[in-house]
Design a protein around this ligand. Structure first.
Ligand code: 13P
Length: 252
């Protein structure tokens, strides 16, 4: 099964105009394999400053969050229409920091996925288990419970248009990466879970790994059969390191 590889940068609440500038210059001569897409997700105020359209068709702009509501009295929220106006093509939804710090539920994530799809913006749906859930062997139950509301909301056919990022919470920002074997086993489970609803679509969905990916570990992670790239936090703020990670991605 041919799948494009994706490397997405989640800057979280970091960086500013200076980073936008250095990243734009740095990605100008990026050495990318065929079938690889790079997505930069800066903080919302910088979306319009990132001139991704000058960097070639493999570099895309992504947002870190979006409202499930169309418009109205939702102070501080950003709508899909606003993202459309800024040529945003992707949006991260259900990141573990949104789930744990801002109490977003899987149902809310499902509604956001639906809103993004309706606006023609590709959702990057994040799922992942906590350390205690992993220790208690609840990983598969947790991932299933995070995926099912999205399947119920949009239908499995729409998974043709989304990207899934598996980010074990215990690996985010901790330097504790899942081993390539552990990450592969979990990605394989995610694909099998989706295959119960539709095996053809399950085979096509890009599955990204996130959690302490860096220049030293990316190659082995990206070499796994069911890992189609990465969602990168800390290492995506360092231009040279991020470029190494992008160059390690290989589409199949
Ligand atoms: P780190 O790469 O800093 O662990 O962050 C991963 C992440 O949360 C990306 O969304």
């Amino acid at each position: 099964m041919k799948r494009r590889a994706i490397v997405a940068a989640n800057w979280k609440m970091n960086g500013g105009l200076e980073l936008v500038k250095t990243m734009t210059t740095g990605l100008n001569n990026l050495d990318l394999a065929e079938n690889v897409d790079v997505i930069i997700c800066p903080s919302a105020p910088y979306l319009s400053a990132f001139e991704h359209d000058k960097l070639g068709k493999s570099i895309h702009l992504g947002a870190q969050n979006v409202s499930e509501h169309q418009k109205g009295a939702f102070t501080g929220e950003i709508s899909t229409t606003m993202l459309q106006e800024l040529s945003v093509e992707f949006v991260i939804i259900g990141h573990s920091e949104r789930r744990s710090i801002f109490a977003e539920s899987s149902k809310q994530a499902a509604l956001k996925v639906k809103a993004a799809l309706a606006a023609g913006i590709t959702p990057i749906l994040c799922i992942g288990e906590s350390e205690s859930e992993r220790v208690e062997e609840q990983t598969e139950a947790v991932l299933s419970a995070q995926l099912q509301p999205v399947i119920d909301e949009i239908g499995i056919e729409k998974f043709n248009e989304i990207v899934i990022a598996y980010e074990p919470v215990w690996a985010i920002g901790t330097g504790k990466t899942a081993s390539p074997e552990m990450a592969q086993a979990t990605h394989c489970f995610i694909r099998q879970f989706l295959a119960k609803a539709n095996s053809e679509i399950a085979n096509k969905v890009p599955l990204l790994y996130g959690g302490s990916v860096n220049a030293a570990n990316c190659e082995k992670l990206f070499a796994q059969a069911d890992i189609d790239g990465g969602l990168i936090g800390g290492a995506s703020l360092k231009v040279d390191e991020f470029k190494i990670i992008c160059s390690a991605a290989k589409g199949t």
